[in-house]
Design a protein around this ligand. Structure first.
Ligand code: PLP
Length: 231
């Protein structure tokens, strides 16, 4: 199933790229494998996937142990400060930084482990109460503050768009995130680049690509529905 689904997702990415005259090489697919067993991740790996997205520190640590070491792990969920130390040297990119305090903790742990950590700033574009993230208004200031931290490299922005049934309803959200990234880039802040725009999930990744996404985070579309009751 996973292999078939991946084929479909790749085709749709390709379609969205053609439609918006973009090069498919500019779009990285993150396979969001949270709650899924390692056998399914292995199947995706065998089909060529190297980037996996998880939202729980413990789950990254467990899966990291048993799966191939050339996997690039993406932390996409809300990160608690007391858990930063477990993953700073295991993840390729943290998508979900939304406060200076969290960034300072990452910087501190990264220094201990002598690594540079790449991060994205999570922006709650639609200002949903249920979601984490900085706002469009405060993002630039946060980026400026975080740019001072020597062990951190800000590589771009991430957003989780609202749940909608018509993906077109999120087009404006994606446009706004892109626009914010351009504004920040134009400020030429040291130690900051805006090459990565992580936006688009199973329901809306094609629209996100048309609006400039360079990373899409697809879970259900690859691994099927998640069953949170299984534990
Ligand atoms: C779960 C999750 C996804 C994947 O969602 P799907 O709708 O299953 O594709 C993407 N991004 C984040 C931050 C998530 O938590």
């Amino acid at each position: 199933m996973v292999t078939e689904n991946l084929k479909t997702v790749h085709e749709r990415i390709f379609e969205a790229c053609s439609k918006s005259s973009r090069n498919p090489d500019e779009v990285t697919l993150i396979a969001v494998s949270k709650t899924k067993p390692v056998e399914m991740l292995q199947e995706a790996y065998d089909a060529g996937i190297r980037c996996f997205g998880e939202n729980k520190v413990q789950e990254i640590m467990d899966k990291y142990e048993v799966l191939p070491k050339d996997i690039r792990w993406h932390m996409i969920g809300h990160l608690q400060r007391n858990k930063v130390k477990y993953i700073v040297d295991k993840v390729d990119l943290i998508h979900s930084v939304d406060s200076l305090k969290l960034a300072q903790e990452i910087n501190k742990e990264a220094l201990k482990k002598q690594v540079i950590v790449s991060i994205l700033i999570e922006v709650n574009v639609a200002k949903e109460d249920s979601k984490f993230g900085t706002t469009l208004e405060t993002c630039i200031e946060l980026v400026q503050e975080i740019s001072q931290l020597p062990q951190i490299k800000v590589k771009g922005l991430m957003t989780i768009a609202p749940y909608v049934t018509n993906p077109e309803d999120n087009r404006e959200v994606f446009k706004e995130l892109k626009k914010l990234a351009v504004d920040i880039k134009n400020k030429n802040i040291d130690n900051v680049d805006m090459k990565i725009l992580s936006m688009g999930m199973t329901g809306d990744y094609q629209v996100a690509i048309e609006e400039g996404a360079t990373m899409v985070r697809v879970g259900t579309g690859i691994f099927g529905e998640r069953d949170y009751n299984k534990g």
